[in-house]
Design a protein around this ligand. Sequence first.
Ligand code: ASP
Length: 342
Amino acid sequence: MDRKILLIYTGGTIGMKQNPDTLLLEPFDFTQILQEVPELRKFGFVIDTYSFDPVIDSSDANPAFWVRLCELIGANYKAYDGFVVLHGTDTMAYSASALSFMLENLEKPVIFTGSQLPIGMLRTDGKENLIDSLELAAACDAHGHPYVSEVCIYFENELFRGNRTTKYSAENFSAFRSPNYPPLAEVGTHIRYNNQALYHPSRWGLPLLMHTQLDNRVAVLKIFPGISEAYVRAVLATEGLRAVVLETFGSGNAPSYPWFLQALSDFTAAGGIVVNITQCQTGMVDMGAYANGDTLRQAGVVCGRDMTTEAAVTKLFVLLGQYSDNKTVAIKLEISSFGEIS
Ligand code: ASP
């Protein structure tokens, strides 16, 4: 039987054309995708399309959008062998991270891709990204099991785990990086799958579980030398706030000013969660390495190791939506359940 892929267009540069009068980028009618990319007819599998209406600039992505996307995939899960999601690059790493936590027991590929130049432009990177993503989404072994059974981002010849990825360049075709986890596949003249890095379900046939209750009572606090007490206290005093992603220096260090540690301790003592992730691109938080990290631990801060900001924020949204008890969330936060922590 032919394999079937659902191609979902949510918006972003990839589906745009330049308006010759205004020179502004505007979305084209996605039902005309075959006109723009006639190469798609050459695939030996079925490609159905679904377009969001209206499409969004990915800067407008939010929990409601992720729930819609998750439910769309859930409703079509049995009918398709894989999903390719065309998405703006700006927040693609957030959306891919969110979906990785929302889709439990996933055993089919969900591959996000996009482009830096619109598909209607001669030098576009969109065609290649789209064609390669479709091929990766349809690939399977002799038993019909897909090679890829997780949420990924494909960009410029590399397939990355979605919740390990971050947007790296506003201009380069190679726009994404997965600093702490190797690529899942590299596409050249051959497609080379990295079997050691890919997720392999331990059992096939488990029902897909969708977590669509998201709680966004989360703040991101990026520290910097000279940060003021008023600013830190204002963030922590945000009404209803349940969790803070604390972006620290190096291996998880922060100022040792008494007011800073006191502010964090007050927040955690009142039941709030503070998770420590590093501002560095590579490496991980180790709060036992320096005295300044250790004081954070004493203030009740939990360790995010090498989670990206995108993963930490969206994992919190999903966990806080699932559990009303912050203690349970804090415990689950430190455990890698979807390959998001080394
Ligand atoms: N602003 C666009 C978006 O993220 C940029 C892109 O698609 O690359 O939707």
